[in-house]
Design a binder for this molecule. Structure first.
Ligand code: DP6
Length: 325
């Protein structure tokens, strides 16, 4: 074993075009269906893992503040997998910094756990390939499995643990799409994705959503391959609506949308009918990701701003996967 004392890694969040919602195996976080995403450049989490033989447990700070017990435990569970693989008993200090506003409704768990997996592996002297890193990140957060990879990414579901990892389908410069993230609410969500995945099977619509997922994945892959924006827009909005239909018909009901969310969904559809290349997709929160072509960016952003109900806009293009700094 060759433990490096301090390792630093950087990773970005991602936006799913075809969503992951519900698990085949909750303990191992094996998703119920394949998902497709774009890794978001410019937005980053930078994580330092510093092994310290003096420690009796792992420590975690996020943006220089001590993390909650739950967050610390989740990070520690990931490092425990690495310690087991490396045959190590040394705990670590973990420092995680986001360059995007916390609580801006951008899932930070994907970038956080992708960066932690990469920095942690290096710190414990593990030299792993991308599929192995992706599987490890997945154990902490399903979407983190995708943030290991650059560009346009697919996360495979599988009945075997080994088969559930993400890989790049197309490199980041394949298609110059832009994600305009319209933030309508910066509050932390009431029900986390982890809690939501547990409820997915209580919806009578989840089985139908999962049964049709491979068809949507294929349509989305074709649209990406041929850079067909209209085909992409239809399948991305359908997939987002299907996931929210499952959420709204779960028990208890999960309703993440706010009035402003629906205003933005309608505005995006009107813009597309008016000839702009833009579509919406919404994660487990009220904020709206407006996926558009580079040529439509300025017009879409101006029209979104003119609606007057957006607190902040973040703009991101396809970016790199997680890597050591
Ligand atoms: C709605 O990966 O955040 O963003 O595995 O519990 O960390 P955990 O959940 P998470 O779930 C992602 C849900 C989603 C859709 C998606 O990104 O595919």
């Amino acid at each position: 074993m060759n433990e490096g004392s301090t390792s630093i890694a950087q990773a970005s969040p991602n936006i799913a075009l075809i969503k992951y919602w519900g698990n085949l195996n909750h303990e191992l976080r094996i998703p119920a269906n394949n998902s497709l995403s774009i890794t978001l450049g410019d937005l980053t989490t930078t994580t330092t893992v510093d092994l310290d033989p003096q420690l009796s447990e792992d420590h975690l700070t996020i943006n220089a503040q001590a993390a909650s017990d739950a967050a610390r435990q989740r990070a520690s569970d990931l490092l425990a997998i690495l310690r087991e693989m490396a045959g190590s008993r040394t705990f670590a200090t973990i420092e995680s910094q986001n360059n995007f506003p916390m609580g801006a409704g951008i899932a930070s768990s994907a970038s956080a756990f992708a960066a932690l997996a990469v920095a942690g592996c290096a710190a414990y002297g593990l030299d792993l390939d991308l599929p192995s890193l992706s599987r490890i990140a997945r154990r902490a957060s399903g979407s983190a499995a995708r943030s290991i990879c650059s560009g346009f990414v697919e996360l495979h579901c599988s009945h075997e643990e080994d088969g559930a990892f993400a890989e790049t389908l197309f490199p980041q410069d394949h298609w110059d799409l832009v994600d305009i993230i319209a933030i309508v609410d910066k509050e932390h969500k009431q029900v986390t994705s982890t809690q939501g995945h547990l409820l997915a099977d209580t919806s009578p619509l989840q089985a139908a959503r999962v049964a049709d997922a491979s068809r949507r994945v294929e349509i989305c892959k074709q649209a990406l391959q041929s850079k067909d924006f209209q085909q992409l827009a239809q399948v991305v909005e359908l997939d987002s609506n299907l996931m929210h239909a499952v959420m709204m018909t779960s028990s208890p009901v999960l309703l993440y949308w706010q009035p402003e969310t629906i205003v933005l969904m309608e505005a995006v559809q009107k813009m597309r009918a008016g000839g702009l290349e833009v579509c919406y997709t919404i994660d487990a929160g009220p904020n709206v990701h407006c996926i558009c072509s580079a040529s439509s960016l300025t017009a879409v952003r101006d029209q979104l701003v003119s609606l007057g109900n957006i607190q902040e806009i973040l703009i991101s293009t396809p970016g790199p996967g997680a890597a050591l700094v």
